[in-house]
Design a protein around this ligand. Sequence first.
Ligand code: MN
Length: 151
Amino acid sequence: MPRFCRMEKRYYLVKLIAFFLMRCYNEFDNFFRRTSIMISQGERNVRTVKNMYSGAGEVVIESLLGANELNEKCGLFARVTLAKGCELGYHTHHGETETYYILSGRGIYDDNGVKLSVNAGDVLFCRDGCGHAISNTGDESLGFIALIIKG
Ligand code: MN
């Protein structure tokens, strides 16, 4: 048992050191790098979430920036795609806001309980403490940019 505890302590110490070194590296990189970063399409993280917030179908989320670039100031900067009939279910935001910028398609946006018809070009701002949902009610896919600002 004492042997196991020692191993466990060592494991947490290694994890802590690794975390600290990563943070130092990120800070160093953000401070000293004086060039822009290009993140090509193939390099971006894309994930598919089924029944997101109990919505029908699936949501494809393509991160436009990674955690390093968001630098804990932003929660998310992504391109979201909902195929025909898919929806991102109702959820609320606390300690942050979320903006959707509709790029293509048409849908219904639930603005804290009020349903709005949305099209390409519309900007929807969900205030801190409010809730929203969006569903694709058109024939083509619904694409939008999602930005979560913390604080
Ligand atoms: Mn949201």
